[in-house]
Design a protein around this ligand. Structure first.
Ligand SMILES: [Zn+2]
Ligand SMILES: [Zn+2]
Length: 351
């Protein structure tokens, strides 16, 4: 395994994992834009990840040849045994397990350990080298219970029935998980979606993830008129709250669901009135617990707060190595793919 400008490269298998630009042969852990890039010649991924790539990039750019790997099944390529194992991050997200000449490396991709009704749970695999992310790799990051965060949103809806509750969420993963958590908490009303979220919600449904009644946010009766959706939940990508689009809503109460909402200044700077700490990444305790479980003597950290995690590894007598992969962890600023947004909202998002 080698670190190249394109990303992690498996030498004996002659393929890349989550390469940052187009390559002849790629294995993709999941559909977020900082892992799944367009225009590879050959892509191996789970059926869900391939579906997400096609929805986001269009049929023509999601890999010229696409090979579905069923999680748990071994695929042989050259001398390398490849196995995808669920990572619990978003629908279809998988770790890549590579066995070659008696040694095993596991590339986690992004992962979390919390229950998520919209995807298969993370499965620890013992290995010689574990390649981990460290998005929230600082002891200050300890995520609270997601159900308790959703309860705070429902409480706010009870207290402020005259206000539309606009929650900023990433289009892939967070939106669908929040919807599922709201359903579990008993919210059975229609949940309203910004146009940029519709397509991926439909795709989740097509893969059997039940999300309940959803509808696009209606257009205002008159241009510039507001007052819509008082007391309702509205989901939109984080970029939407800064646009004219928001004016159609009744006294919008801006919420955001993200692990970064732990950082008060971030919530404040973005004008978030109700920050909800809901993350699809492992927190500090979960990173350490996972590293214990996989029992690897060597840990590589792809991106995030790698210095703190590498230091913690040294204290445990493990070899830690920061890879500093370029372009990772940028899905938080994931621009809304134009093909998923109706023309009307797409222009507003650029503004
Ligand atoms: Zn991700
Ligand atoms: Zn990522």
């Amino acid at each position: 395994m080698r670190v190249t400008p394109q990303g992690l490269y498996c030498v004996p298998g002659d393929f890349f994992i989550d390469p940052g630009r187009a390559v002849p042969r790629a294995i993709i852990t999941h559909g977020h834009a900082d892992h799944a890039r367009p225009d590879h010649d050959h892509v191996l991924a789970s059926a869900e990840t391939l579906g997400i790539m096609q929805a986001r990039m269009g049929e023509g750019r999601a890999g010229r040849q696409r090979q579905v790997a069923v999680p748990g099944e071994v695929v042989r390529h050259r001398d390398v045994e490849i196995r995808l194992v669920p990572a619990g991050h978003v629908l279809g997200s998988c770790q890549v397990v590579l066995d070659w000449q008696g040694s095993r490396i596991v590339i986690s991709g992004d992962y979390k350990r919390r229950r998520d009704p919209t995807c298969a749970p993370f499965e620890p695999v013992t290995c010689d080298v574990f390649v981990t992310e460290a998005t929230f790799g600082l002891p200050v990051f300890r995520h609270p219970d997601a159900a308790a965060e959703v309860a705070r949103l429902l409480e706010s809806l009870r207290l402020f029935p005259d206000r539309a509750h606009l929650v900023g969420v990433y289009a892939l993963g967070k939106a669908q998980r929040l919807i599922a958590l709201l359903r579990e908490a008993g919210w059975d009303r229609t949940i309203y979606l910004h146009g940029a979220l519709l397509k991926l919600c439909e795709l989740y449904e097509a893969f059997g993830v039940k999300l309940g009644p959803l509808a696009p946010v209606p257009a205002p009766a008159k241009r510039g008129a507001g007052g819509l959706l008082a007391g309702e939940v509205v989901l939109a990508p984080p970029s939407a709250e800064a646009t004219a689009w928001i004016r159609r809503l009744a006294e919008p109460l801006v919420c955001a669901a993200s692990g970064w909402m732990r950082v008060r200044q971030r919530a404040k700077a973005r004008g978030v009135e109700l920050p909800l700490i809901i993350s699809d990444h492992a927190d500090w305790d979960e990173l350490l617990a996972t590293i214990d479980e996989v029992q690897a003597p060597e840990i590589w950290v792809t991106h995030g707060r790698d210095d703190a995690l590498v230091h913690a590894m040294a204290l445990r007598g493990l070899r830690g190595r920061a890879l500093h992969l370029l372009g990772r962890g940028e899905e938080d600023e994931d621009p809304v793919p134009p093909e998923t947004a109706p023309a009307e909202t797409a222009t507003e998002q650029i503004a």
